[in-house]
Design a protein around this ligand. Structure first.
Ligand SMILES: NC(=O)c1ccc[n+]([C@@H]2O[C@H](COP(=O)([O-])OP(=O)(O)OC[C@H]3O[C@@H](n4cnc5c(N)ncnc54)[C@H](O)[C@@H]3O)[C@@H](O)[C@H]2O)c1
Length: 364
């Protein structure tokens, strides 16, 4: 029996609802495999501010550091908008990423055939799109100092060290090697010295991966190209801020922000979370799309636990559920046919079981 300790950080807004879906799926995986998950639930973000006066406690950080992996829902909401900067719910994410050393953030964006009409882009533009955005997560302008604001100005620092660019470049080239061997490095080297530095280092690392084609692209052009011709991309590597924005743009290819999973990986730790935020407008209504959360679990199975079959079965279960016309309100055109978060999760569980049963029958 394999035994894994998973920290569950539900967070705020729709966080608890989509996290409940993710844990339901983990329990289903456990039921039909030799894997046992121990769940340790901790508060984070706004709820942690309310309970402990800080968006993340040292105890929560320590529990995450000693876990096999972490699942995070989402943090933030209007209730905490006026909290002082260093104590905002979102600071918990930055602290977690930094403390766990999660420097590479993988954000896949691909299109489920059944949702091709849910996107605001034309079907022929997005059909067969399969992009993997690799966002540097522990450096850049979100972490640089000095930073601050006074009555006359506000300032932040954008800085990257050689080691920070090298390690994210290695991760990206390796991922590209296992895909179609195309890597686009996105920066703004026509204006920013930090981007010229980024470009130089990525080219240096490229000499170790001659089988991968490397292309440079300015971030403004990349934003346009993702909408204009997304199929041209395989793996995109970029710095923290640009990756944050480009992955939300690529969400439009998938039809909804509720569809995008993510993995944050370091040398010793991992965390999985949907790309979307706490969606305060949907909180407590049981209408949030749980697909991003469920696919984040599929990524956890593949990347952290090397359970590739479980991962692809989960992906297939989501695809089968969508193929049958099921979905939450954000992806179903006819609102009267849309399902609740829990209803859709249950259908994914049923589809997963069906896939396993079929595989078992096939192996007899
Ligand atoms: N990782 C995180 O925890 C994270 C990420 C982004 C934003 N936030 C925080 O979340 C709060 C709200 O931010 P926002 O409104 O800019 O972004 P958001 O992602 O929460 O919502 C943007 C839009 O997408 C919709 N949406 C998001 N997730 C959905 C889902 N699963 N199903 C259906 N629709 C979904 C929302 O209803 C909203 O219309 C803010 O406090 C922000 O700081 C947190």
């Amino acid at each position: 029996m394999k035994h894994y300790k998973i920290v569950i950080l539900a967070g705020d807004g729709i966080g608890p609802e989509i996290t409940a879906s993710a844990t339901e799926i983990l329990k289903e995986v456990s039921k039909h495999s030799d894997i046992k998950f121990d769940f340790i639930e901790k508060v984070i973000g706004g709820r942690s501010i309310d309970l402990h006066g800080t968006p993340i406690t040292n105890d929560t950080l320590e529990v995450c550091l000693s876990s096999d992996s972490v699942f995070l829902g989402a943090v933030g909401g209007p209730k905490w908008d006026n909290v002082e900067h260093d104590n905002k719910p979102e600071q918990a994410l930055l602290k977690l990423r930094k403390s766990l050393g999660l420097y590479s953030n993988l954000r896949p964006a691909n299109v489920f055939k059944s949702l091709i009409n849910s996107s605001s882009l034309k079907p022929n533009i997005i059909e067969d799109t399969d992009i993997l955005i690799v966002r540097e997560l522990t450096g850049g302008i979100y972490f640089g100092s000095p930073r601050g604001k006074d009555k006359k100005r506000g300032w932040n620092t954008l800085e990257y060290s050689k080691n920070e660019v090298e390690r994210i470049a290695h991760v990206s080239f390796k991922l590209a090697q296992n895909r179609t061997k195309n890597l686009v490095s996105v920066h703004k080297s026509n204006v920013l010295e930090s981007s010229q530095f980024w470009q130089d280092i990525v080219h240096e690392v490229h000499t170790e991966y001659s089988d991968v084609k490397l292309t440079d692209m300015y971030v403004d052009n990349a934003a346009m190209q993702i909408i204009h011709n997304p199929k041209q991309f395989d793996v995109i590597v970029t710095q923290n801020l640009f990756g944050d924005i480009l992955s939300d743009i690529s969400a439009m290819i998938t039809g909804s922000l509720g569809m995008l999973p993510s993995a944050s990986i370091g040398d010793n730790h991992s965390m999985y979370e949907p790309v979307h935020g706490s969606a305060p407008d949907l909180a407590g209504k049981n209408t949030a799309n749980p697909v991003a959360a469920i696919l984040s679990i599929a990524m956890m199975m593949e990347i952290t636990f090397n359970e590739k079959t479980i991962s692809s079965n989960l992906y297939q279960a989501v695809s089968d559920a969508l193929e049958d016309g099921h979905g939450t309100a954000d992806i179903i055109n006819d609102e009267s046919l849309s399902l609740s978060t829990t209803e859709f999760t249950n259908i994914v569980k049923e589809k997963y079981l069906k896939i396993l049963t079929k595989q078992l029958e096939g192996s007899k």
